[in-house]
Design a protein around this ligand. Structure first.
Ligand code: PGA
Length: 246
């Protein structure tokens, strides 16, 4: 049976009490899907509590490449590891665009994660203008090349890719299965160029307005290894409903 990752990206949502309710709900439903790895990417302030409940894989939405220092408001990999956080999102379009994170800074985060053997999801995806120009594949190649250059085959087990077209994030406008298939096939080819045969084992997730009406058709694409879910992950039953098609 194919393995899937279903990852909730809560973004800057939910209080500690709401997060606890979500977890109670999640555990009470028991999806019974052994081939699905459920993950939860939460804001830093919630991470300790979430890890302590030991219910599912807990990841951070952000990280700083340095181990420590004068970086007010930031969080480091050693700090995340010290409380049992299991992975991190790197290069989400909201970090790239709203917080002006450059390709170089994202690369530093990738390298820091590799140096600490800390698993990460590297996000990529084009904006609407790039899609309309028809240059989305070369845009994605540039993002991947800049993020992955210098990585070795021993880093492959740390790596997951998420393809998230910016025009589909939070807009209700999902990519068609043909669009998803085109880009995921392309990303796989780039990963094979980088890592040879071991590139076949790197999961490629789709994200961007996945919901209960479109999840089944997106997850049925053979090139899709799971989803990164924003809006539809804020309610535990909605999130788990997405797994019903897996
Ligand atoms: P969305 O967000 O599901 O609300 O579109 C996805 C994401 O940004 O990871």
């Amino acid at each position: 049976m194919r393995k899937f990752i279903l990852a909730a990206n809560w973004k800057m949502n939910l209080t500690a009490a709401e997060a606890q309710d979500w977890l109670n709900h999640f555990t009470s439903i028991n999806p019974n899907k052994n081939h699905v790895e459920f993950r939860l990417y939460a804001t830093s302030v919630l991470l300790s509590d979430l890890v302590r409940t030991n219910v599912l894989h807990i990841g951070s939405q952000n990280v700083h490449p340095s181990d420590s220092g004068a970086y007010t408001g930031e969080v480091s990999i050693p700090q995340l590891k010290s409380i049992g956080v299991q992975s991190v999102l790197i290069g989400h379009s909201e970090r790239r665009n709203d917080f002006h994170e450059s390709a170089n800074f994202i690369k530093e985060k990738v390298d820091a994660s590799c140096n600490h053997s800390f698993p990460f999801i590297l996000c990529c995806g084009e904006d609407l203008k790039t899609r309309e120009n028809g240059t989305h594949l070369s845009f994605i190649r540039t993002q991947l090349t800049s993020g992955l250059s210098g990585l070795e085959n021993n880093h492959v087990p740390l790596l997951t890719i998420a393809y998230e077209p910016i025009w589909a994030i939070g807009t209700g406008q999902t990519a068609t299965t043909a669009e998803v298939t085109e880009v995921h096939t392309f990303i796989r080819a780039v990963l094979l160029e980088f890592f040879g045969e071991s590139g076949t084992s790197i999961p490629i997730l789709y994200g961007g307005s996945v919901n209960s009406s479109n999840a089944a058709s997106i997850f049925a694409c053979p090139q899709v290894n799971g989803g990164l879910i924003g809006g539809a992950s804020l309610n535990a039953s909605n999130f788990l409903e997405l797994a019903s098609s897996l």
